[in-house]
Write a protein that binds this ligand. Sequence first.
Ligand code: B12
Ligand code: SF4
Length: 514
Amino acid sequence: MRVAVIAVFTDYHRRGNHHRGGLQPQIGPLVAALLPEWCEVELINDTWTDPDWSRSYDLVFLSCVHADFDRARQISHYFRRRGARTVLGGGMASTYPQLCAPWFDAVIVGDPEDTVARAANDARLGRLKPLYRSGGYVGTDVPVPRIEQVVRQQMFPLSVEATRGCPYSCDFCALTALGTRHELRPVANVVRDIQTGQAALKAAGVASWKRRLVVFYDNNLAGNLKWFRELCLALKPLDVQWGACLTFNVIANRELLKLMYECGCRAVFVGLETFNPATLADISKPQNNIGKIGEAIEQSRDEGILVIAGLIVSPVHDGAHYIRSLPDHLARSGLHVPSFVSFETPIPGTPFFDRMVSSERPMFLPNANLYDFSAYTLVLQPQLSPLDEFLGAYREAMQRIYAPRRRLAKLADDVPRLARRGSWTAVAMDVGDMWMTDFNPVRGRSFMAGTDVLPPERVPFADDDFDSEAHRIAVCSPTPVTDESGRVLAAWHAHDKVFGTDAGRRVIALSRTP
Ligand code: B12
Ligand code: SF4
């Protein structure tokens, strides 16, 4: 059986460029490892390159984040018309299976470990079911991902997932929408994955220095500090250098930073999010501490660990004045240049989304489509400043933050400290990051739902891919979230919780009365 696993991508910068950055979706190698051996598997990372439209498959697994959903259902339609059965999994599939069902032969809710092989077996026997639900995560059942197929597609091919979920429940986070859970794999299995991955890379002729670089794809590698320390100690004898996403409390802990460096850590990504206490309180992220950002960044660098961080601006609690002050906050904190500044976005299904839907005041912008929920297009009405002033301040701040002068200032601050510790890998990453980072929006970007440039990606449909003009319009039109007056469409009000104590519960956000 010919099986494709497609990780779908829509460029949120609206350039239509495929993305070749450090982070690539890892679902393909995991699903490939879960498929029975009679499957002939092809992994397609749409972030890197378009699917080969001339191919045909028996079964296609698709994965997407919310903003990529239109492209996922169009790719599904394309391959269904060429004989494939299609299966969607991921966050959108898990929280809104009822909205996904019309566009795929099957929808998988939850984890792939106990569902993918079932779906493949059923497809082989011609009895694919419309819905599969995972029964719960078993850390020992996670197989070694088949990274050998993507070694040429990734800047950092040795990618590993050691945990699932996150113990926190920040209210804008897509994980909180699924339900809070935090699952740990046995440390020995993580070591096994790294060593097996290294052997696969060696067999594929990957350079030895790259075989020492491990990227952990976890949402929060240090959600359980006892387990995390154990992991660090197990990594030490492997002589690898690694990076991971984790939370602020870790970089605020100097002893832990020392241990991490000794055990190979060279870079961490931390969601610093904001310098505005009102926004921090609103997003329910108590693990961050604005007053200690500068100190935490400084001690991380002194211990040889580069801090890469993202910021959000909140349309609810941040005004134009605060946004204009961001470059100064960044300079004072020593972060200088974040890897992104995006809009706090109510991803459908999150508590933040439900709060915005239920608000007494009209919160959403009109004519917002799902592709706008990428965090780089504003979908909420700013509450403290007029819309154009808010967006004007955003553009202005972005131009200042990403100016070459500031990128150089960051390097001038980071490099001597990292070098003093002998952390040359971190230096190389910092220089590479600052070389590639800029703010260069395509012409016509308004950054505002309803008026922003459309996503330029296309699926090359033929005329006979549709039964009628109405059918073509249904497949090719975007998925709307708000109507022309900014009201969230009723279809989005009810969504499912998948994990945690309230798993299986349907949450209903009550819309304000018109
Ligand atoms: C790599 C990555 C990216 C890459 C690729 C995105 C992608 N398509 O995966 C890039 C750089 C493009 C990216 C960008 C952004 N990302 Co990102 N990213 C990640 C990251 C670090 C790893 C994803 C991954 O490979 N995970 C490992 C694989 C194995 O698991 P998974 O993809 O999470 O899938 C799980 C389930 O959903 C399910 N599943 C998923 N697909 C399928 C398919 C099938 C068939 C089945 C059965 C199951 C299944 O199985 C997995 C295990 O449970 C995650 C964090 C994380 N650890 O997941 C964030 C994450 C996906 N990103 C997120 C965010 C917020 C962003 C940004 C908005 C950040 C920003 N401000 O710039 C942007 C914009 C994204 C957009 N277009 O809207 C959020 C979720 C967004 C969403 N809408 O759901 C996440 C979850 C981080 C977080 N905790 O907030 N990101
Ligand atoms: S700490 Fe990060 S991954 Fe965890 S809930 Fe908050 S935003 Fe999501």
